[in-house]
Design a protein around this ligand. Structure first.
Ligand code: FES
Length: 205
């Protein structure tokens, strides 16, 4: 009977070389199987190099993804609806001060919208109901309930925004279209637009 260990026909095939793969390479680099000091030093260097490569690749990937999220500046809307005229009683309504930086005022003539920006250097004045006036906290300018300056360094009344009624009857405010009363000049606070559908004030509402 032939000895299988001596029989060339049954000679064992050499073990197949494992195919290289990224996973195996990373596992080898990070494995702690190196027994000798030299092996440990080499392994440490490999880990360092691999960490540096992975770090660089990650950084590049993040920078690439950053392009899909531009640093956009979201400005507040300049045209918006604030509700129906019946929502506003007589006097100063401050509920849109933080959202749109405006006050809505109803007086005996109608409804108008004041841009809440001090005409001195642009601070936001405070409405003081007990004193029935707007008071600027920066340099002390004072304005009456209609936004007309009467004390402090403010050079003119606060501006008013264009207002009109939309088809549903809601008040549409346009802060990109302001009406002013420059010192010594004609007041624009009674102006209406050419179509007559809106202006500095909504009358009879
Ligand atoms: S900014 Fe209002 S008084 Fe100066």
């Amino acid at each position: 009977m032939a000895n299988p260990t001596l029989d060339p026909a049954t000679k064992a095939e050499p073990a197949a070389k494992p195919k290289p793969s990224v996973v195996r390479a990373v596992r080898t680099i990070f494995s702690k199987s190196d027994e000798t000091d030299e092996g440990r030093v080499i392994a440490r260097r490999r880990r360092f190099v691999m960490a540096a490569v992975l770090g660089t690749l990650s950084l590049n990937l993040l920078m690439f993804l950053r392009f899909f999220f531009p640093r956009a500046l979201y400005e507040p809307k300049t045209r918006f609806r604030i509700g129906y005229p019946s929502d506003f009683g007589f006097g100063v309504d401050t509920k849109f001060q933080n959202q749109y930086r405006i006050w809505v005022v109803r007086n005996t003539e109608g409804i108008f919208v004041i841009s809440a920006i001090c005409t001195h250097l642009g601070c936001t004045p405070d409405w003081k109901p007990s004193e029935n006036k707007f008071k600027c906290p920066c340099h002390g300018s004072g304005y009456d309930p209609e936004g007309i300056n009467f004390e402090g360094p403010a050079p003119r009344p606060m501006d008013r925004a264009h207002v009109e009624l939309d088809p549903e009857g809601q008040i549409l405010v346009d802060l990109s279209h302001l009406y002013q009363w420059p010192k010594g000049e004609r007041s624009q606070f009674g102006d209406t637009d050419s179509s007559g559908s809106g202006g500095a004030i909504l009358r009879n509402v």
